[in-house]
Design a protein around this ligand. Structure first.
Ligand code: DON
Length: 307
């Protein structure tokens, strides 16, 4: 029997299509030029079925949605103690690009804001790994989450790197506090490259479903990270994934989630499914306007709220 899910997703997209509020991110010139009307939704169940509607096979840069996955790799590669000593797990209550470091230690408050994500990037791969080896690990790891080889969008990478003044400032602060050991510019380049990896909405649903499926990619059947790592990542996504909109999100939508400035949004429902949406216009927190609306609708219709 044909599944009703694709029709449901198509209806859901139709219900938000007229909303043109919000704006594409303009601090990364290449993103400002994105087609703002793109719209997609995808769902991947933990038994590996992928359903989607709209522009679900259109590629866009992953941006901050890379953060939970790279955090997972850092935890897997360096262990909890080392990672937690360098990046903590409390919501900052600030926007994603604020300094938000603990006053004495200089440790970023969590790995979902840019400061903490720079640290997670620097902790991926084996101890002593150079920038190239670390990036290989990140591409391999995120590709394993997606179930296909991901590539960098070089134009987005160059465009962001040349305007990454805030991230350079953050990396310099982290270096001054000995939270990262490397040249701050190298740290920013690695993090920016990770944000420039191209994904589709279908990919993001599979990546989220891998988290929902205790770290095993439900489409390829391949284990990517351990269940304790997934528990840590989903917990941090619940409290910090939507930045200074995280509390509002958790009460209204109620699933661990992560947004990105290119307009992607993922949610992972443990034991059930990964869900992803794509719509480039953003609200004041840097979260996709129509993506947030779609997730509110999914929660209302499918009872997704964890509580
Ligand atoms: O570092 C940045 O500013 C971007 N590469 C990523 C920010 C982002 O996606 C924030 N999310 N909504």
């Amino acid at each position: 029997m044909r599944s009703p899910i694709p029709d449901y997703l198509t209806d859901a997209l139709r219900s938000v299509a007229a909303d043109t509020s919000g704006a594409t991110a303009d601090y990364i010139p290449e993103l400002a030029q994105a087609d703002p009307d793109r719209l997609a939704a995808a769902l991947c169940t933990v038994d590996g079925h992928v359903y989607s509607a709209g522009d679900a096979d259109v590629e866009f840069s992953i941006q901050s949605i890379s953060k939970p996955f790279v955090y997972a790799l850092a935890l897997a590669d360096r262990g909890f103690d080392e990672v937690l000593s360098k990046v903590w797990v409390e919501p900052s209550g600030d926007s994603f690009n604020q300094i938000s470091l603990e006053p004495e230690s200089g440790r970023p408050r969590n790995p979902m804001i840019n400061a903490g994500a720079l640290v997670a990037t620097s902790l991926s791969g084996p101890p002593g790994a150079g920038a190239d080896q670390r990036f290989e690990r990140i591409v391999d790891g995120l590709s394993a989450f997606a179930g296909r080889r991901l590539e960098v969008d070089e134009a987005v990478y160059e465009s962001e790197l040349h305007h990454a003044y805030r991230n350079r400032a953050l990396a310099n602060m982290l270096r001054a506090h000995d939270i990262i050991a490397e040249d701050p510019l190298v740290a920013v380049a690695g993090y920016t490259r990770q944000c420039s990896l191209l994904v589709t909405t279908d990919d993001l649903a599979v990546m989220a479903a891998t988290l929902a499926n205790r770290g095993v990619n439900p489409v390829t059947g391949r284990p990517v990270v351990s269940a304790p790592v997934v528990r840590q990542v989903l917990s941090v996504m619940s409290t910090c994934g939507m930045y200074d909109g995280a509390g509002d999100w958790m009460t209204r939508v109620g699933v661990p989630a992560k947004s990105g400035v290119s307009g992607g949004l993922i949610g992972a429902l443990p034991g059930q499914a990964g869900i992803a949406t794509f719509s480039p216009r953003l609200d004041r927190h840097g979260n996709s306007v129509r993506g947030v609306d779609l997730f509110q609708r999914f929660t209302a219709d499918m009872g997704m709220h964890l509580m």
